[in-house]
Design a protein around this ligand. Structure first.
Ligand code: SF4
Ligand code: SF4
Length: 307
């Protein structure tokens, strides 16, 4: 089994359209949507959820009122301002303290300092993950709760469940829609993958983000290809990006032209290869063929390095 991750360094380069097209071209893949902060692959693939589970990426503090003497120490030491107090109801002690579950980072400092051992920890529910059926095959995806963190852990969980699904269903490819940016979620998306495809566009920010994200794949020793999406909106910058790729020893797997058909396909909840047979679809098919050729190369090892 091989793992192919598609990343972009930033949002808006058309990464998900490329992933959706690959999903409908691949013959025996499991899809892993690792863009857990703003997942949108489901908008094209219209999944039917067959399994749903909650995700806990940490724990949260809670004050046990029966033990609390309202000394205020926890509010004093919490550097996340998660502890607040209010005047207690008549007949009770002067103040009542509570911990805001959204602001609490679960660091444990308040419990350490509480003289009454009045603070306990419970698993925090940070989101949900799903296994679904789609017309392009099984898909593992997730949804992080609003203002929740720990998305790196959730990405790792999605990848692990996708691998398990691939093994149990005898699928030979895990196709990963990676997280944007260069932070923890994207690191969790790429580590251990066999091949990364970076989707970029000919803009200055696209070029800059390509440099940053290819630094990351090099650091984690993941073999990397480049796709220049909407290459014809600025041919000079496309040539400039190709020169950059050569200097870095990266192969450009394909250019994909700008075409309004991509948007029209999205509106109809179709991948571009389902929606159209010529024009940009030919570019995407050629890109897929080039990526597959590299992926099947005996030089791409399980750790993503080339021999
Ligand atoms: S430190 Fe403990 S006893 Fe003091 S207010 Fe906080 S929870 Fe209550
Ligand atoms: S666990 Fe940390 S963040 Fe949460 S209330 Fe206690 S000190 Fe604040």
């Amino acid at each position: 089994m091989k793992e192919l991750v598609i990343i972009s360094g930033k949002g808006g380069t058309g990464k998900t359209s490329i992933v959706a097209a690959f999903a409908t071209l691949a013959e025996n893949a499991v899809l892993a949507d690792c863009d857990v902060d703003a997942a949108d692959l489901h908008l094209v693939l219209d999944p039917t959820i067959v399994k749903r589970e909650t995700f806990s990426g940490g724990s949260q503090a809670r004050i046990m009122p029966e033990r609390c003497t309202a000394c205020g120490k926890c509010a004093e030491v919490c550097r996340f301002d998660a502890v607040s107090s209010r005047e207690a109801d008549e007949g009770q002690r002067e103040k009542a303290y509570r911990i805001d579950p959204i602001a609490c980072e679960g660091c444990g400092v308040c419990a350490w300092f509480c003289p009454e051992e009045a603070i306990e920890f419970a698993p925090a529910i940070n989101g949900e993950w799903f296994v679904s059926e789609t017309r392009a095959g099984p898909m593992v995806h997730a949804k992080l709760g609003i203002a929740e963190e720990n998305s790196g852990k959730l990405v790792s969980l999605v990848r692990e469940r996708a691998r398990e699904t691939a093994k149990s269903r005898a699928r030979d490819l895990v196709l990963i829609d990676g997280s944007p940016g260069i932070g923890c979620p994207v690191i969790a998306s790429i580590t251990g993958a066999d091949l990364a495809l970076v989707v970029t566009e000919p803009t200055l920010s696209g070029r800059h983000d390509l440099e940053r994200v290819s630094d990351l794949t090099r650091h984690f020793r993941v073999e990397t290809l480049i796709c220049i999406n909407k290459w014809d909106i600025n041919e000079n910058l496309t040539l400039n990006i190709e020169a950059l790729a050569r200097r870095r020893g990266l192969k450009v797997a394909g250019r994909v032209r700008y075409d309004r058909a991509i948007t029209e396909a999205q509106i109809r909840m179709q991948s571009i290869t389902e929606y159209a047979t010529d024009g940009v679809t030919a570019d995407v098919r050629q890109l897929w063929a080039n990526v597959l050729e590299t992926l099947r190369s005996p030089n791409v090892t399980a750790t993503g390095t080339t021999n």
